[in-house]
Design a protein around this ligand. Structure first.
Ligand code: UD1
Length: 346
């Protein structure tokens, strides 16, 4: 069995990707520092796949431990690198924390890979690199805009690091996957998003409001130049997203890449407004959501959705799940979490 290192594999997208990798017959080793995830996720992955993945708790921003890890695991065939900080607002407050963690980790991993002749990396990038695109849907060729936050800048710089490094190391392959807005949870409701503290993102805030953890959802602005005045995003089911990572690994290991550094958009190609997401949630959950329109959130763009034709054609991958399926799975996950909490209290 081919062994894949998944950094950040106990996190939201990482855990779903580990499940898909296992189900396609890959062997997985997870590295995570558990700064924004829980060790229990390993048991939940095991409950879905039947086996607990190998795990090491370590901080990839620490150079010596990272190089030591790679020296001990020379049988790794590809790395999927998720481990990174991702809170946009926090990155504005603490830029060095973000640059240090997100960039040092990537550099240390690349050094470890080069030293041990590990040739393949799938990198977790973001549509944030496009800023507000001039043309929609946005293609991979759209210009990279000045980042709106240190978080966004770490994604841009990371892509540049990968481009420059693969440029001089022809045996090194990188695939950068630019995610649009991942939401939803595994159909088993055993894994999903576990925000620490108050969620920054829309869907976990919706589900936490509906279940009574938060009193009210704030909708950040209804005066955008969109049909209903709220911003439009390309929401993609996290399981569809996870599957694209397996396809990317297959592509690398089967030597199907056209260049040794490739970039793909991962979205559905459909845009939905904040109010449309709320309506979908209310319909599938049968719950009336308490929300209020407030001022815009600084840094939010008006609208973005993906041109997915390159990923569809080249990867032979397409997002399959619709908005209602996404919001319903997010709700089932929130209900499962509430059930777990109740049982713990008992
Ligand atoms: C943000 C980041 C993106 C990152 C993603 C996942 C930017 C510009 N975007 O995407 O890079 O990959 O998070 O972490 O940096 N909203 C509300 N009320 C809320 C929360 C959100 O109305 O309580 C609205 C927002 O204004 C936005 C939409 O919901 O229009 C989606 O917001 P969010 O889920 O935070 O994602 P993005 O900002 O699109």
């Amino acid at each position: 069995m081919k062994k894949i290192l998944v950094t950040g594999g106990t996190g939201y997208i990482g855990s779903h990707t580990v499940v898909e990798l296992r189900q396609k017959g890959y062997d997985v080793i997870i590295v995570d520092n558990l700064s924004n995830s829980s060790i229990e996720v390993l048991d939940n992955i095991a409950a879905i796949t039947g086996t607990k993945p190998l795990f090491e708790k370590l901080d990839l921003a620490e150079r010596e431990v990272t190089l030591d890890f790679f020296a001990r695991h020379t049988d790794i065939e590809a790395v999927i690198h998720f481990a990174a900080y991702k809170a946009v607002g926090e990155s504005v407050e603490q830029p060095l924390k973000y640059y240090r963690n997100n960039l040092f980790s990537l550099i240390n991993i690349l050094d470890g890979m080069l030293e041990n002749r590990i040739s393949n990396m799938v990198f977790s990038s973001s549509c944030t690199v496009y800023g507000q695109p001039d043309e929609l849907p946005v293609t991979e060729q759209a210009p990279i805009k000045q980042a709106m936050s240190p978080y966004g800048n770490t994604k841009q710089i990371s892509e540049e690091i990968l481009r420059d490094t693969t440029n001089v190391n022809k045996n090194l392959n990188a695939i950068c996957l630019r995610y649009f807005n991942p939401i939803g949870a595994h159909e088993s409701a055993k894994i999903g998003e576990l925000p620490l503290g108050v969620p920054n993102n829309l869907v976990p805030f919706i589900t936490q409001t509906a279940i009574g953890i938060r009193p009210q959802l704030k909708v950040f602005g209804d005066d955008y130049p969109t049909p209903d005045g709220t911003p439009i995003r390309d929401y993609i089911h996290v399981v569809d997203l996870a599957k694209a990572h397996v396809v990317a690994v297959d592509r690398m290991l089967n030597e199907k890449m056209k260049k040794n550094c490739e970039v793909f958009n991962l979205g559905t190609g459909n845009g939905f407004s904040v109010l449309e997401v709320i309506k979908s949630f209310e319909k599938v959950a049968g719950v009336k959501l308490n929300y209020k329109i407030v001022d815009r959130r600084p840094g939010d763009i008006t609208e973005v959705w993906a041109d997915t034709s390159f990923a569809n054609r080249e990867l032979g991958w397409k997002a399959e799940k619709g908005l209602d399926e996404m919001t319903l799975s997010a709700w089932k996950w929130e209900l499962a979490l509430a059930e777990k909490k109740k049982n713990k209290i008992r």
